[in-house]
Design a protein around this ligand. Sequence first.
Ligand code: ES4
Ligand code: ZN
Length: 329
Amino acid sequence: IAYPDYLRLLPKTELHCHFASTMNAPLFIELADRYGVALRSTDPATLFDFDDLRDFLVAFRAAHDVLRAPDDFARVAYEGVRSAVADGNLRYREYFVNPQYFASRGLAYPDVIDPIIDGLRRAETDYGVGFRVIAAINRRESPESAVEMVRQVLAHPRPEVVGIGQDDLTPEDTEDPARFADAYALAAAHGLLRTAHVAETDRALPSAVRDALEVLDCDRLDHGYRIMDDPALVELALARGVAFTTTPISTTICTGWHLDPSHRIRGMIEAGLTVTVSTDDAMFFRTDLGREYTEGLLEMGVSAETAKRIALNGVDAAWCDDAQKARLR
Ligand code: ES4
Ligand code: ZN
């Protein structure tokens, strides 16, 4: 079997994808049309051309604008699983859901989370793809509203929602994980697991990795590429045994870094860090889990053996129970 075919067929987990970005482009255009949400273009060829992370985030917010009725959420959930199975042999997925985007338009937390879980459960029955949900703190909003979001999660407990993470960025495009210390402490006190988007681009400081581990007490980290700019942080992450979710294709657009053997993700693998691979925003970056492995890992010069290790890392680092992990291995 040819190496790209092997990579595409390898059974995979995905631990880092934003729910709205698992939408298929035709559904995005259909819903935008129904609700009168203006898109930068209705031509899929130009709709998803982004200069950088900030440019992408404008469209990312618009994707949340087209999700309004319970059936919108459930359809995105169900159809997104079907596509991911076909495109990359997805077996298990964790989704970031940002309730704050929807709160601003009058949808309460259960209005969002319940239909999403309904759709994902139906997809699990039909396609055998397990899942968990991670409530995402909107980094554009205040630390107080992040605490309020965690309170909502705790007030409407669902066993599928196992942790908190983040999305979006400050208007200044800066990262300061410690801003959300209170929200993370509240989550930890109630048994929610914790991850954080850190050190994703040249605009972020490597020290965000330290803050996420030492101030937010994160169990996992998202992106974190600039850890490679500070060897002391690599030692810290190795000592903590923390896993990283990396997103090769989204990173080429958000950072402008090329996928070659000198890429920081390859460096993270060589340094012995626990690396996993995800799509981040499949619709927007016109990617899928198969492409992340075939193009992303191949172009960084990752061997077949290491690719398989990465797929298994995705099982080890998952936030599901051990019985489910055993089935995934
Ligand atoms: C992202 Cl900061 C952020 N939020 C949502 N999606 C993303 N993809 C890359 N960075
Ligand atoms: Zn992300």
